[in-house]
Design a protein around this ligand. Structure first.
Ligand code: THU
Length: 138
């Protein structure tokens, strides 16, 4: 545990308060740290047209990238659950675009924490380098 991690996880807990989750009642907060060192946050934002809802992780990535970040070094995810909740497949791939081996910290009830790398959650992932490996000439 470090001061950087504490700040990231605190930001995830704080933004969770703003989650818009009237349908699932499952509130999630996420915070990402860009290469600049700045933290960006996102909460889940649901919609009456259910599939339109956005997860907290993707909201946070969109905030970071919209602010000019192109590399994410860590993500913290906070849920008020007994066990840590790990990001869905869509969010894993979204995160991967900006840091294949970023740190992941999952915080749950009582601020219990579990730490891992994104590459543990998404092994053998597909990314921008794979597209670049094809010169486009058949
Ligand atoms: N959700 C997230 O925001 N992040 C996760 O890691 C898991 C699920 C949201 C999506 C939806 O608003 C609610 O939690 C229930 O699935």
């Amino acid at each position: 545990m470090s001061a950087d991690e504490d700040a990231l996880v605190a930001a995830a807990w704080a933004v969770r308060e703003h989650a818009y989750a009237p349908y699932s009642r499952f509130r999630v907060g996420a915070a990402v740290r860009g290469a600049s060192g700045r933290i960006y946050v996102g909460a889940n934002v649901e919609n009456a047209a259910y599939p339109v809802g956005a997860c907290a992780e993707r909201s946070a990535v969109c905030a970071a990238v919209s602010a000019g970040e192109r590399q994410i070094v860590a993500v913290g995810i906070a849920t008020d659950t007994d066990a840590p909740v790990s990001p869905c497949g869509l969010c894993r791939q979204t995160l991967r675009e900006f840091g294949a081996d970023m740190e992941v910290v999952l915080a749950s009830r009582g601020d219990a924490r579990r730490r891992m790398r994104l590459s543990d959650l998404l092994p053998m992932s597909f990314g921008p380098e794979d597209l670049a490996a094809d010169d486009g000439a058949d």
